[in-house]
Design a protein around this ligand. Structure first.
Ligand code: UD1
Ligand code: CA
Length: 470
C-alpha cells in the first residue's frame, strides 16, 4: 500500500548540522500561540521542517527558539533536536550564532527557517550539493513581486556578491527580482568566523545572517547562489493569510500524491488531510472529506461526502456514506456505515456490518454481518454475529458512577426501542420484544419482553374546546 510519508533518504550526512531558526515573535499572526506551532496539515509548521531536516540524516538538528519557547519545546518534545534559546531577537545572524556551540564544529551547516514548512528534502540536498567546492551557497528564487525580501546582488560576471535587505535597498536594488529565500549552506568554521564580524549597522539595527555573503566575497571565499526552479516550496508564513495559502498548496500536494497512487479524489480542492493517510488502490474520496491523525483505507474503500475520519482503519471495500463521523474506529471489510453515523473510539466492526443513520457506537465489538440500522446507541457492548438491533435500541451502559457491559449473542434479534440495562446478557438467537426494558439476562433462543398491557377505554371521549363566543 503506498504511503504518504516522505521517502526515506539513505544517503547520510554525518558532517552536517542543520540549524532551524524559529525564534521570531510572529507578531503578524496576532496569536496567543507561537507562530511555528500553528498547524499546517494538522501538524505544527516547525514539525514539517524538522521532518524534512531528518530526511537528510544530518549529525544534528539545532532549533533556535525564543518567544514561547517552552510551549514550542513541549509541543515537539519527542523531536530528536537540540534546543537553543535566543533570549533577545537580535536578527538572523545573531540567531545562528547562538546555535553554533551546539553545532559542535560541524563541517557543513545548513540553515532553515521554522516558518517555511513546504521545502522538500530534494531541494535541500541540491543546496548541499551546490556547496561542493564552495564555502557558502545561498538559496535564491525569482519572484514577480520581490517586495519584502532581501535582494541578491550579482557582479558583472553574474557572481553573487551580497544581499541587501528591502529596508536598506536603493530604488535600483529594489527592482532586482532575485531574492534570498533565507536558506543557506556553509562551511561551519568559515560561517562562524563571518558571523563574528557581522555588525548591526543597518536600517533594522539587527545582526543580519545575509551579511555573511559580502564578508565571504571580501575574504575571497568561493560562493554561489542557487536559483530555485520551484519557488512555491520556499514560501514562508508571516500571517494567517499566507498560512491559509500554504495550507492549500500542501493539501493539493497530498491529494495529488494520493491520486497518483490510485485513489480517486472527486475534487482535490475539497479534501483535507491533517495527519498521515495510507490508502489502497481504487479508494474513492468524495467531496469535503477530512482525514485526521493516522488513517488507513484499504483497497476499494469509498468515503462519501462530508465525512470526518480520525485515527481509523477501514478495511477493503467498506463504504462510509455521507455525513459520517468516525474516530478511533476499525471497520471491517465490506461494512456499510452511515449516512449520518457516528463511530467513537473502540468501535470495532467486523466484516459486512451495517451501521445506519443516527447510530452511535462506542467501545464495542460488533460481529460479522450484524446490523444496527437506525437511531441507536451501542456502548460498552459485545455484539455477536448476525445480530439485528432494531431502531431506537439503547445500551444503558452508565449508572451514574460506572460503565457496564452488554453482551448480545450470535443471531439475537433486539426489537425496536429496547433499553438494555447493563450489565446484561442476551443469549444466542434470543428475541427481545419491541419496547422492552431488559435488566436481567435474557435466555438463548427464547422471546423475552417487558410490556405493559394495552388498554382501550370504551367510555372515554376526547375533551372538546368550548364553542367560540357569538
Ligand atoms: C530574512 C532575510 C531576507 C530573506 C527573508 C526570506 C535576513 C537579514 N533577512 O528576512 O534576506 O529574503 O528572510 O523570508 O536574514 N529569526 C530568529 N531570530 C531572530 C530573527 C529571526 O530566529 O532574531 C527567525 C524567524 O523566526 C524566521 C527567520 O529567522 O523563521 C527569518 O526571520 P524574519 O524576521 O522573518 O526575516 P526577514 O526579515 O523576513
Ligand atoms: Ca519572514
Amino acid at each position: 500500500m503506498p504511503s504518504m510519508q516522505p521517502m526515506q533518504d539513505h544517503q547520510v550526512n554525518p558532517d552536517t548540522t542543520v540549524i532551524i531558526l524559529a525564534a521570531g515573535q510572529g507578531t503578524r499572526m496576532r496569536s496567543r500561540q507561537p507562530k511555528v506551532l500553528h498547524p499546517l496539515g494538522g501538524r505544527p509548521l516547525l514539525a514539517h521542517v524538522i521532518d524534512t531536516a531528518r530526511a537528510l540524516e544530518p549529525a544534528r538538528i539545532v532549533v533556535v527558539h525564543g518567544h514561547g519557547g517552552e510551549a514550542v519545546r513541549a509541543a515537539l518534545a519527542d523531536a530528536p533536536v537540540t534546543w537553543v534559546e535566543q533570549g533577545e531577537q537580535l536578527g538572523t545572524g545573531h540567531a545562528v550564532a547562538q546555535a553554533l556551540p551546539a553545532a559542535q564544529g560541524a563541517e557543513r551547516i545548513l540553515v532553515l527557517y521554522g516558518d517555511v514548512p513546504l521545502v522538500g528534502a530534494d531541494a535541500l540536498r541540491a543546496l548541499l550539493t551546490a556547496l561542493d567546492g564552495h564555502d557558502l551557497a545561498v538559496q535564491s528564487m525569482r519572484l514577480s513581486d520581490p517586495s519584502g525580501y532581501g535582494r541578491i546582488l550579482r557582479d558583472d560576471t553574474g557572481r553573487p556578491v551580497g544581499i541587501v535587505e528591502q529596508k536598506d535597498a536603493s530604488a535600483a536594488q529594489r527592482a532586482i527580482d532575485e531574492v534570498n529565500t533565507g536558506f543557506l549552506a556553509a562551511r561551519g568554521e568559515r560561517l562562524a568566523a563571518w558571523l563574528q564580524r557581522v555588525d548591526r549597522d543597518n536600517a533594522q539595527g539587527e545582526y543580519y545572517l545575509t551579511d555573511c555573503l559580502a564578508l565571504a566575497v571580501a575574504d575571497g571565499a568561493a560562493v554561489t547562489a542557487v536559483v530555485a526552479d520551484d519557488p512555491e516550496q520556499f514560501m514562508g508564513v508571516n500571517d494567517r493569510v499566507q498560512l491559509a495559502r500554504l495550507e492549500r498548496v500542501h493539501q493539493r500536494r497530498l491529494a495529488e500524491a494520493l491520486m497518483r497512487s490510485g485513489v480517486t479524489v472527486m475534487d482535490p480542492a475539497r479534501l483535507d488531510i491533517r495527519g498521515r493517510v495510507q490508502a489502497g488502490r481504487d479508494v474513492i474520496l468524495d467531496v469535503n472529506v477530512v482525514l485526521e491523525g493516522e488513517v488507513t483505507l484499504e483497497e476499494g474503500v469509498r468515503v462519501g461526502p462530508h465525512c470526518c475520519l480520525r485515527d481509523c482503519h477501514v478495511e477493503a471495500d467498506a463504504v462510509i456514506q455521507a455525513h459520517s463521523h468516525l474516530e478511533g474506529a476499525r471497520v471491517g471489510p465490506g461494512a456499510c456505515i452511515g449516512p449520518f453515523a457516528r463511530l467513537r473510539p473502540g468501535a470495532h466492526l467486523a466484516a459486512g456490518v451495517h451501521v445506519g443513520n443516527f447510530v452511535e457506537v462506542k467501545k464495542s465489538r460488533v460481529g460479522e454481518g450484524s446490523k444496527i440500522n437506525h437511531l441507536s446507541y451501542v456502548g460498552d457492548a459485545r455484539v455477536g454475529r448476525g445480530v439485528n438491533i432494531g431502531a431506537g435500541t439503547i445500551t444503558c451502559n452508565y449508572d451514574g458512577a460506572a460503565k457496564h457491559l452488554t453482551v448480545i449473542g450470535d443471531g439475537a434479534f433486539i426489537g425496536s426501542n429496547t433499553a438494555l440495562v447493563a450489565p446484561v446478557t442476551v443469549g444466542e438467537d434470543a428475541t427481545i420484544g419491541a419496547g422492552s426494558v431488559i435488566h436481567r439476562d435474557a435466555p438463548a433462543g427464547r422471546l423475552t419482553l417487558t410490556r405493559a398491557e394495552q388498554h382501550t377505554r370504551e367510555d372515554w371521549q376526547r375533551p372538546k374546546k368550548p364553542d367560540p363566543a357569538p
